[in-house]
Design a protein around this ligand. Sequence first.
Ligand SMILES: [Zn+2]
Length: 138
Amino acid sequence: MAAPGWALAIIGKVAVENGRTVLPTLVWRRSRTKCWSTGRTTGNQSPVRVAVTAGYDPQDAKRVLLHELAHWLTPIALGGMNTDSAATQGKAHSPQFYDTVRRLYRRFRLPVRSCMTDEAQMYPTPYAHWSNRKRPRP
Ligand SMILES: [Zn+2]
């Protein structure tokens, strides 16, 4: 199925604002049974492939797309392996990744704190919990 216009618009904005000239290939599916969305980003070299299976909750689909785009912006040298596999989670969900995904959630107006709580529940790495703590103001 074709990706929705809002998803393509987000990819375009993320690319422009991050100096990317080659867009990832977006594969968009819709779940008939699930509320929550899932995603997967594969490939460290061009073309990167971002696959999203959107559930019923549109905000969660947006959150998952931004999570996958954060993987695109913070690649790891794993030879194109799935960035969300159990074997690579610790490297893929790095402090740099969480800084990027927080920035994208804020930029595209998602509730950062609750999104980061979801991140910490799905990917229980120390970085996810750390990045959701209140940071002191300068
Ligand atoms: Zn991930």
